[in-house]
Design a protein around this ligand. Structure first.
Ligand SMILES: Cc1cc2nc3c(=O)[nH]c(=O)nc-3n(C[C@H](O)[C@H](O)[C@H](O)COP(=O)(O)OP(=O)(O)OC[C@H]3O[C@@H](n4cnc5c(N)ncnc54)[C@H](O)[C@@H]3O)c2cc1C
Length: 413
């Protein structure tokens, strides 16, 4: 069987790795070819900041730079897919050659989505990939760029602003909504994150709409909605992501914002499966279908795809919504819904624990300063355990202790 994996991000490489783990016997193994448009070994985007700051290649190349040799995967870096012909079972590459497959896995991830005029001007950077980020980092290091304006305070924008501040840049971040990370953080947790950003030297302007990157051939200003102009040596767009699916035009695959798949992660064409940021999946808690562009979802989906390819009828349990901030100086984690019918809360300064409940069950939580208990809360939430009897005791960081968690789980079972 010839399996062709498009993309070598966390989803693509995890499919290959699970396939080999499930089929360790060399004479039974499928032929695996994996391609990536980028010229690097498979890497982990969340580790880019560590890599740029501390040169930690081990974190970036999370599976090792020789992973494809070890897995006996025919890896073709710097190879871009341009079209898929499901009937002929072939893909066409940018150099006009083609590759045949019996089974195809689409794991092409996502790229910057920037609905702002001038986003494609030279001088506007993004951190959606190693290729995209490298040039700005090089300019920051050689002193050519001393200040940056970051548009968008989602989790990628926040991570990028912290990285640039750590590299010594003067950083301004603008966000159209009234708080940082509005998709994941309630106002109170966002305020804690905003304060920590300010202490790290990042100037945050919320409620500020960017209208356009402006400049003659190169961006030299960010124009805001009422006409104010902000200047920096460099501009970063961190306004969102959109799936890389252009090469599927005319292929007959069912796509919305992302590629549509069922709970087996199969597309509407039986020999084509998909995983990661390219895919719309069902939210495990709410049942809504959308692109859940985070690392753990990509890896969990890859496992299902690999099992399906080898004939196991595994179903995907659904995607999770969660974010954590690792470089802020204080730990912050946000999981599930921002609000429920009721809220349990305790706050001392920057230590905040907030749990949202609906019908006695956890539907989301936010922890800042001390994130102990996050694993237990998440598990209770996913298992839909009725926790109403615990009241405020749920907020204790020690609620995660083995004894109490054991009691909760055995009662729930
Ligand atoms: C700066 C940054 C920080 C992040 N931090 C976190 C975090 O802390 N926690 C978290 O959970 N998530 C984080 N994420 C999100 C996480 O990285 C993604 O959800 C994850 O990488 C998705 O994996 P993927 O394999 O689907 O896609 P990607 O990682 O985007 O990989 C896509 C692959 O497809 C290839 N490709 C694309 N188009 C083509 C084409 N036409 N032909 C051939 N190959 C193609 C690319 O070269 C790449 O190899 C972060 C992302 C970024 C950018």
């Amino acid at each position: 069987m010839r399996i062709l994996i498009l993309g070598a991000g966390p989803a693509g490489i995890s499919v290959a790795e699970h396939l080999r783990t499930l089929q360790p016997d060399a004479d039974q193994q499928a032929d695996i070819t994996m391609i990536s448009a980028e010229p690097f070994p498979p890497y982990s985007p969340p580790a880019m900041a560590e890599h740029f700051l501390h040169g930690r290649g081990a974190a970036l190349y999370w599976k090792g730079t020789d992973i494809c040799e070890r897995l006996q995967v025919d890896y073709r870096a710097g190879t871009e897919v341009r079209a898929v012909d499901p009937a002929a079972k072939r893909v066409t590459l940018a150099d006009d050659t083609s590759l045949a497959f019996d089974e195809l896995v689409i794991a092409t991830g996502s790229r910057l989505y920037a609905p702002i005029d001038g986003y494609d001007l030279p001088g506007v950077y993004n951190f959606k990939s190693l290729t995209a980020a490298q040039e700005l980092i090089a300019h920051a290091r050689d002193g050519e760029v001393k200040s940056a304006v970051v548009v968008g305070a989602g989790f990628i924008g926040v991570e990028v602003a912290l990285l640039l501040a750590d590299l010594g840049l003067d950083v301004t971040m603008v966000e159209q909504q009234d708080r940082v990370m509005p998709g994941m953080l309630d106002a109170e947790t966002a305020e804690i994150v905003g304060q920590a950003l300010a202490e790290r030297g990042v100037r945050v302007r919320t409620g500020t709409q960017a209208a356009a990157f402006a400049g003659n051939g190169r961006a030299d200003a960010l124009v805001l909605e009422p006409g104010e102009v902000i200047k920096g040596d460099a501009y970063v767009a961190a306004t969102g992501v959109r799936p890389n699916l252009e090469f599927l035009t005319g292929a007959g695959l069912d796509t919305g914002w992302g590629l549509r798949v069922d709970d087996r992660l199969c597309t509407n064409i039986p020999c084509i499966r998909a995983a990661g940021d390219a895919v719309e999946t069902r939210d495990r808690m709410t049942g809504e279908r959308f692109v859940h562009a985070i690392f753990p979802n990509a890896v969990a989906q890859a496992r299902v795809v690999a099992e399906q390819l080898l004939g196991y009828d595994t179903r995907y349990e659904g995607a999770e919504s969660m974010n954590s901030l690792r470089h802020l100086g204080i730990p912050v984690i946000a999981v599930g819904s921002q609000a429920g019918e009721t809220e349990l809360k305790i706050r001392t300064g920057r230590h905040l624990r907030k749990i949202n409940l609906t019908e006695g069950r956890i539907v989301g939580f936010r922890l800042a300063g001390d994130i102990r208990g996050a694993g237990v809360y998440r598990s209770l939430m996913l298992r839909r355990v009725d926790v109403s009897r615990y009241g405020d005791a749920l907020l204790e960081p020690g609620f995660g202790s083995a004894r109490l968690a054991g009691a909760v789980f055995s009662r729930a079972a």
